[in-house]
Design a protein around this ligand. Structure first.
Ligand code: PHE
Length: 443
């Protein structure tokens, strides 16, 4: 059991806040035209993400095992179809797929600790910063090296089961990350790109909205909150019985959103002040942030610390990606945690080589439509598996679990709060996901 509710907030926020906020949110906002995307994303977080996160925590705390076994227990206790256990299996697979490319990008951040510390970005121009990144991406061996290093670090921590050892670290690093983002936003405000960056993020234009924008925004909401794959369910298994689920989930979602918006507010003004492209893709953060630090006093120091923090945020997320699988294997086969951690990590590392090559040798190899290998794995896991998993979780918590169980877990004492839960989790959240799926299928 987590020693307190606060510890759960830290662990879940550690899972939620990661590359999804600092790297992915700004770059897909850029690719999808800004304002309209941001607003739809925020709506997805509040209306669909929050109820589903509550559902995950409540199921996890009710079952108190790995997601797969928790679902098995729920199905038995409430005489539901065993097919619901698929939620658990699909989550394990989604975690495996996401981890494979997550460690590739986290490897870039590790490399940038080093690059920032060496002073390479001092006073560079926008195109120079872009060229440094492109040269790095062009080398499969470099990417492989950093991917391997990051995966090894993840496996090491996961194998030792030191989730609790991370406590101190999360306690210090998360607030520091906040402070540094704040410094960056402060800097961005002083650049002459701020008005344009702000407008880009918050000006809503209907004509920018397509079914695909909505699908991507929904996928991003799931990804950034670590939802739909059982990571939060696995952590929920350790939440003390007396902690309020709604309050806790609210804090986590708020923290996560603040970091994402902060990252956008730091990055887009720099994009416009330096004549860069907002839609340049996955490299966005790795070009703009070094550029900003390169122009700031003490930038070498702050920039280095920034990438240390990003790497740290990434590792606390990477750990949670493997947790549903490892918890199950340890529980079911009484396996040694270290052994399953290594096997899972090595397999996922292997798949990640495809993502490494997507940026160089395989750049012209297309899988789903125009997508590279990296984009394909990303798309299937984030935009299909997570929303699908989340929808099933919401349906299960909304319709299969008896009212008494849900009421006791969530502390719903009044009739109207029960009804509200049914509407949000049982009807609106699944319908939202369904509508988005249908829309994107019909184009
Ligand atoms: N939420 C993490 C991030 O934003 C990624 C993640 C997704 C972690 C799914 C666990 C499960 O970086």
């Amino acid at each position: 059991m987590w020693s307190s509710r606060w510890l759960f907030v830290l662990a879940a926020a550690g899972s939620a806040v990661g590359l999804g906020n600092i790297w992915k949110f700004p770059y897909i906002t850029g690719e999808n035209g800004g304002g309209a995307f941001v607003l739809i994303y925020l709506a997805c977080v509040a209306l669909i993400g929050v109820p589903i996160m509550m559902a995950e925590v409540l199921i996890g705390r009710e079952g108190r095992q790995s997601p797969i076994n928790t679902m098995r227990l729920m199905v038995q206790q409430h005489r539901a179809s065993p097919a619901w256990v698929l939620i658990g299996w699909m989550g394990v697979l989604a975690g495996f797929l996401i981890l494979s490319y997550y460690t590739v990008v986290a490897g870039w951040a590790l490399n940038y600790i080093w690059q920032m510390a060496s002073g390479r970005f001092v006073d560079v121009s926008g195109p120079e910063a872009g060229a440094i990144f492109d040269t790095f991406l062009a080398s499969p061996w470099q990417l492989l090296f950093w991917h391997t290093l990051f995966m090894m670090a993840t496996i090491y921590i996961v194998a030792r089961g030191v989730l609790k050892g991370l406590e101190a670290a999360i306690r210090w690093f998360m607030p520091l990350l906040f402070v540094l983002l704040f410094v960056l936003v402060g800097y961005a405000v002083t650049t002459d790109g701020f008005a344009q960056g702000f407008e880009f993020m918050f000006a809503f234009h209907w004509e920018d909205v397509t079914a695909n924008t909505v699908l991507i925004a929904l996928g991003q909401a799931f990804f950034t909150l670590s939802l739909g794959m059982g990571a939060i369910m696995a952590y929920g298994a350790y939440v003390p019985s007396n902690a309020s689920i709604a309050g806790t989930v609210g804090i986590i979602a708020l923290l996560d959103t603040l970091v994402a918006i902060g990252a956008g507010l730091a990055i887009f003004p720099i994009v416009f002040a330096n004549g860069l492209e907002p839609g340049q893709g996955p490299g966005l953060m790795f070009v703009t942030i070094p550029l900003a630090f390169g122009q700031m006093p003490l930038g070498v120091l702050f920039g280095t610390v920034f990438f240390v923090l990003v790497s740290f945020a990434a590792i606390t997320s990477a750990i949670s990606l493997s947790e549903p699988a490892l918890a199950y294997l340890v529980e079911e086969y009484n396996a040694k945690r270290a052994r399953v951690a290594v096997s899972f990590g090595v397999l996922s590392w292997f798949l990640g080589i495809g993502s490494v090559l997507s940026f160089n040798a395989w750049a012209d190899l297309h899988f789903l439509g125009e997508r590279t290998f990296f984009d394909t794995v990303d798309h299937i896991s984030q935009n299909v598996m997570l929303p699908l998993g989340g929808m099933l979780i919401a349906l299960f918590a909304g319709w299969v679990l008896p009212r008494t169980v849900v009421g006791a877990q969530l502390g719903l004492q009044r009739a109207w709060t029960n009804v509200l839960w049914k509407i949000l989790c049982g009807v609106l959240a699944p319908l939202g996901v369904l509508a988005v799926f249908a829309g994107s299928l019909l184009g």
